[in-house]
Design a protein around this ligand. Structure first.
Ligand SMILES: [Zn+2]
Length: 60
C-alpha cells in the first residue's frame, strides 16, 4: 500500500477509513465501491464522514 492510498472511502455509505488503523468493525472487505484519498482532509472535502472505529474524533 502506498501512502496516497491510506484512506479508503466507501462510495455507497460516504464513509472513509484509515487503513493504517483498520479495525474489524470497519469491515473493509465488504466495501464494493472504493475510492482512495491521500489525506482525511481530502476525504472530508469530497463529502466523506470519518469512520468511528478507525478515525478518532469522528462524529459517527
Ligand atoms: Zn473504519
Amino acid at each position: 500500500m502506498t501512502m496516497n492510498k491510506r484512506y479508503l472511502g466507501n462510495m455507497r455509505s460516504k464513509e472513509v477509513h484509515d487503513q493504517l488503523n483498520e479495525k474489524p468493525q470497519c469491515q473493509l472487505w465488504e466495501i464494493q465501491q472504493r475510492v482512495y484519498f491521500s489525506s482525511i482532509g481530502a476525504a472530508k472535502l469530497a463529502g466523506y464522514d470519518p469512520c468511528g472505529h478507525c478515525l478518532p474524533g469522528s462524529r459517527r
